[in-house]
Design a protein around this ligand. Structure first.
Ligand code: NAI
Length: 246
C-alpha cells in the first residue's frame, strides 16, 4: 500500500493515533499535512519527520473554528498543490453521567468531534471534486455504534460521524470520492489515560485478544482505506476493536 506522491491531511495529527498515522503515511512516501491545535507537538513531529527524510508540514488549526479551517485548507493547497486523502481524526472526550453533564461540555465535544469533521470536509472536498478523486476517512468509535456509560456527548458525536460518512458516500461517490469511517475500540493513547486500571482490566477481558489496541492498529486501517486496495469500499464503518464483546 504505497502512498508515493499522495497528499494526506491528518487532523489531530500531533499526538496519539494521528501522530502514528502521520509517520506511517510519511514512511509510505506521502506528503503529510499535520493539522492540530497543539503547536508544540505538531511542529516537533513535522521536524522529526523531516529529519527522517519524510515530507511533512504542520498547520496550526482548531477544527472547531470554521474560519481557521478554511484558511488552513487554502494554505495546505498552496503548499502541496492538492489533497488526495483527508483523515478526520481530531477528537476529544469530556465525560460525565447524563444528569451531571453540563450543556457546555456537551456542546464542546459536538463542536470538535462532529462540527469539526463537517468543517474540514467542507473545506477540502472542493479540491477533491475538482481532481475527480479522493478518499475521506472519518474517525468514529465503538461508543458511537454501541453507546458508552458517561459519554452522552462523545457517543452522540461519533454516531453523528457515521451518519455523515454514509451521507457523503452517497452524495460524492459519483464524483470518484470514497468516504468511510473507522470505529476504534479502546486504544492506548492519552485519551484513555484517565480510565481506572480496574476498568482497563475488564476491557481486556472483554477483548478476545486480551489487550488494548495500539495506535498502529488504527493507522493501518487508515492506510488501507486511503489506498487503492479499498477503491470499491464506500460508506462503510470499519470496526477495529479486536472483536470486543458487546
Ligand atoms: P489523543 O488525545 O491522543 O489525540 C487527539 C489529537 O487531537 C491531539 O493531538 C489533540 O491536540 C488533537 N485535537 C483535539 N481537539 C482538537 C481541535 N479542536 N482541533 C485540532 N486538533 C485537536 O487521542 P487519540 O486516542 O489519538 O484519538 C484520535 C481519534 O480516535 C479521536 O477522534 C478519538 O475520538 C478516536 N478514538 C480514540 C479511541 C481511543 O481509545 N484512544 C477510541 C475510539 C475512538
Amino acid at each position: 500500500m504505497e502512498m508515493k506522491g499522495k497528499t494526506v491531511v491528518i487532523t489531530g495529527g500531533a499526538n496519539g493515533i494521528g501522530a502514528v498515522a502521520a509517520q506511517l503515511f510519511g514512511k509510505k512516501g506521502a506528503q503529510v499535512a499535520i493539522l492540530d491545535y497543539n503547536e508544540t507537538a505538531g511542529e516537533a513531529l513535522a521536524g522529526e519527520m523531516h529529519a527522517q527524510g519524510m515530507e511533512a508540514a504542520f498547520f496550526k488549526t482548531d477544527v472547531a473554528k470554521r474560519n481557521q479551517v478554511k484558511e488552513t485548507a487554502e494554505k495546505v493547497l498552496a503548499h502541496f498543490g492538492k489533497v488526495d486523502v483527508l483523515i478526520n481524526n481530531a477528537g476529544i472526550t469530556r465525560d460525565a453521567m447524563l444528569l451531571k453533564m453540563e450543556a457546555e461540555i456537551f456542546q464542546q465535544v459536538i463542536d470538535v468531534n462532529l462540527t469539526g469533521v463537517f468543517n474540514c470536509t467542507q473545506a477540502f472536498l472542493p479540491a477533491m471534486i475538482a481532481a475527480g478523486k479522493g478518499k475521506i476517512i472519518n474517525t468514529s468509535s465503538i461508543a458511537g455504534t454501541g453507546g458508552n456509560v458517561g459519554q452522552t456527548n462523545y457517543a452522540a458525536s461519533k454516531a453523528g460521524v457515521i451518519g455523515m460518512t454514509r451521507t457523503w458516500a452517497k452524495e460524492y461517490g459519483r464524483k470518484g470520492i470514497n468516504v468511510n469511517a473507522v470505529a476504534p475500540g479502546f486504544i492506548e493513547t492519552d485519551m484513555i489515560s484517565t480510565i481506572p486500571g480496574k476498568i482497563i482490566t475488564q476491557i481486556k477481558q472483554m477483548t478476545p485478544f486480551a489487550r488494548l489496541g495500539k495506535p498502529e492498529d488504527i493507522a493501518n486501517a487508515y492506510l488501507f482505506l486511503a489506498s487503492g486496495a479499498s477503491d470499491f469500499i464506500n460508506g462503510t464503518v470499519l470496526e477495529v476493536d479486536g472483536g470486543m464483546l458487546k
